[in-house]
Design a protein around this ligand. Structure first.
Ligand code: MOS
Length: 694
């Protein structure tokens, strides 16, 4: 076996794992800086209106307070076109928790205490935070997140439903949820001679650079963003939020001293994005043989009045199953709420809860096994585009999963499984995620006279294993052992890279690295020694000739076993299985970990996660881990991950599809379907709390 075939796919330990365990890996707030000033945000305590006055006098009397930044003394920003980032430009308040200032002090404790002593007067207006599908003022957006069409229609759904042998029509809801990465959002900002350095916890250093450059009207070359390690993001660190602007503004006031701003867990429930709640009406029609005649998915979600973000909830429904008559719509309520944003698998995650529970209900209504029902409605080509799939192995995932899970032994009758006071059931759902490509990424590979190689790329490792997987890709492309490759990522001084978003990281960054490595190998003198200055080549993502021709998506099948207590309604999930077809895995160990993490987050969504808004004040009341429940070790039973050996030469040079988001898609539906099998009670509204069975 050559080095090439052994490196890709090998379960290599994380190359930065030791540093992380020793605490030597630096996260954003840990970068050593001289004499930091600590910033604590001031936040709006009303949901709509304006500030009538801010009195910092008492706060300024506290020893150690350096200043209070407000809209009255903040610098005017060069661009206000992104209203989420254009903070402190006026006294107007658009949502509860909006950043309206900061206290700067010599210690974090002083800043936090002094923030309580800033007296703020408000003129309050009646706000509206009520997300409901019956609103008469729902808006049809131009496009939805990801640039997808708002509505699609083919055939005549209503006519088809009227003449279908079996019809299903139900509403599914998912609640508002908040990204809760382990590492809070944090920024250190330093201005020196008109240049800005940011140590920022981000999924993409260049995305931060470009956004912040626009806000401050700076040349991109005058901003330096550094982020070698990130403790998770799940989309909330995909683009910079207002706290990054606040830190940079604060640093302008105390230049050249650095300003350190670390969000608290509670502050993360205000300004770093969240997943909107959704209402999804799903209508399915079928003939007597269980072949779908119509699929209709109408999604309603919320956005902020100041900036539009529309969850693409019904988009996966366009691609999943065949039917001659199909339609999808997205409508949005514009409310006095914080700006929603990306949360792991935006669109697919909530949308596939609705669709995959509806598919379970429809299978039962047709008298078919839910695995068989899905297989029966497998499309030959992508229903959304008519294109052939680059590879589509949903059926193989369902079959492999059914076999591994012991599905054949299942008695489909609800309430047929019992163990003492526990009702036992099993359920299945499909997973899917698109293969996106982001523009612009470049990578540089240097061959050095000592025979080693350096790989330079502004990529991000958000805790997923990108450090390791990219080193594997480079070693494979250069045909050398991993130990000969030294990778640098997480710095805007490195070649431009798109961020870790949309499960595109390894696909985009890897493509640029492979391109650079191939160019270097073509250029290297055969057998001659490398000159002292080395040889350096920069590559980019090559144009993919198949991008406009083939439909590119990953797929999976998830199986869950649940136990629901007869007396208390308590739900336990002792066993889950995920079978995935996502192209070639670069690192078997970190890939498994990613998919395990996705399914665990899906379990968390199924049973716990729910941001509860108090309509009187317009804020999330359960804004910490005491009351916003996420799955812990005690919630998680056995989870088995199995990746099919899928080869897809069309998606990118590595043949890998991306796995960051696939794992969370479908988990909640599989669990909900299992609770129906266990209890006979159909839960269409997440989370699946015990009261729903009593
Ligand atoms: Mo992912 S929600 O695109 O970071």
């Amino acid at each position: 076996m050559t080095a090439t075939t052994s490196i890709i796919g090998a379960p290599v330990d994380r190359i930065e794992g030791g540093e992380k365990v020793r605490g030597a890996a630096l996260y954003a707030a840990e970068h050593p800086v001289d004499q930091p000033v600590y910033a604590v945000p001031l936040q709006a305590e009303i949901a709509l209106g304006r500030i009538t006055g801010i009195d910092p006098t008492e706060a300024m009397t506290e020893p150690g307070v350096i200043g209070v930044l407000t809209h009255e003394n903040a610098p005017k920003l060069a661009s206000r076109s992104d209203a989420e980032l254009a903070i402190l430009q006026s006294p107007d308040i658009a949502f509860h928790g909006q950043l309206i200032g900061a206290v700067l002090a010599e210690s974090i404790e002083t800043a936090r205490r002094a923030a309580q002593l800033v007296h703020i007067g408000y003129e309050q207006r009646a706000h509206d935070v009520d997300l409901h599908p019956a609103r008469s003022d729902l808006v049809k957006p131009e496009l939805v997140n990801g640039g997808f069409q708002t509505d699609t229609a083919e055939g005549d759904v209503d006519a088809a439903l009227a003449s279908s042998a079996v019809v299903h029509d139900a509403v599914y809801t998912t609640p508002q949820e908040h990204n809760n990465p382990l590492e809070p959002h944090a920024t250190i900002a330093i201005w020196t001679e008109g240049e800005l350095t940011l140590y920022d916890s981000t999924q993409g250093v260049h995305w931060v650079r470009d956004s912040i450059a626009a806000v401050f009207g700076l040349d991109q070359q005058r901003i330096h963003v550094v982020c070698p390690h990130v403790g998770g993001g799940f989309g909330s660190k995909g683009l910079p939020h207002a706290h990054v602007v606040l830190a940079a503004m604060a640093a302008q006031q105390v230049t050249p001293r650095p300003v350190k701003l670390v969000m608290t867990r509670q502050q993360m429930f205000t300004v770093v994005g969240y997943r909107t709640g959704t209402f999804q009406r799903i209508r399915l029609g079928s003939d007597a043989a269980g072949r779908l005649t119509a699929i209709s998915h109408d999604a309603v979600s919320q956005t902020s009045r100041i900036k539009e973000f529309v969850e693409q909830t019904a988009v996966p429904t366009r691609t999943m199953y065949a039917a001659p008559n199909r339609r999808t719509t997205h409508r949005v309520a514009e409310l006095d709420v914080p700006v929603p944003s990306w949360m792991r698998a935006p669109g697919e995650c909530p949308g596939m809860f609705g669709l995959e529970v509806a598919m379970d209900e429809m299978a039962i209504a047709c008298g078919l096994d839910p695995v068989e029902f899905r297989i029966r409605n497998e499309p030959d080509t992508d229903p959304a585009t008519g294109r052939a799939f680059s590879s589509r192995n949903l059926v193989a995932c369902l079959r492999e999963g059914a076999q591994r899970f012991g599905w054949a032994q299942r008695d489909p009758t609800p309430r047929s499984g019992r163990d003492g006071r526990w009702l036992v059931g099993t359920g299945v759902a499909a997973s899917t995620y698109p293969v996106f490509s982001m523009p612009g990424t470049r990578a540089t590979v240097q061959a050095r006279p000592d025979g080693r190689y350096r790989v330079l790329i502004g990529a991000a490792d958000i805790g997923t294993g990108a450090w390791t997987a990219l080193t594997q890709i480079a070693a494979d492309a250069l045909d050398v052992p991993m130990s000969e490759v030294q990778l640098s990522i997480g710095d805007t001084d490195l070649p431009y890279a798109s961020g870790a978003g949309g499960s595109t990281g390894i696909g985009c960054w890897g493509s640029a690295i492979v391109d650079a490595a191939r160019r270097l190998r073509a250029q290297l003198p055969n057998g001659e020694p490398i000159p002292d200055e080395g040889v350096e080549v920069t590559g980019a993502i090559p144009d993919n000739p198949y991008a406009g021709q083939l439909a590119m998506h990953s797929f999976g099948a998830q199986f869950a076993e649940v136990r629901v207590h007869v007396d208390t309604g308590e739900v336990r999930v002792p066993r889950m299985l995920g079978v995935f077809a996502a192209g070639r895995m670069i690192n078997a160990k970190t890939a498994r970990s990613q998919l395990l993490g996705g399914m665990t987050m899906g379990l968390s969504m199924a049973l716990h996660e729910h941001s509860v808004v108090d309509p009187r004040y317009g804020h999330v009341i359960n804004h910490d881990f005491a009351e916003y429940h996420i799955a812990t070790n005690a919630d998680v039973g056995e989870i088995e991950i199995h990746c099919l050996d899928e080869h897809d030469p069309y998606v990118n040079p590595m043949g890998t599809k991306g796995i960051g988001e696939l794992g969370i898609v479908g988990t909640a539906a599989a669990i909900a379907n299992a609770t129906h099998h266990a209890t006979g009670t159909r839960v269409r509204d997440l989370p699946i709390t015990l009261d729903k069975f009593l």
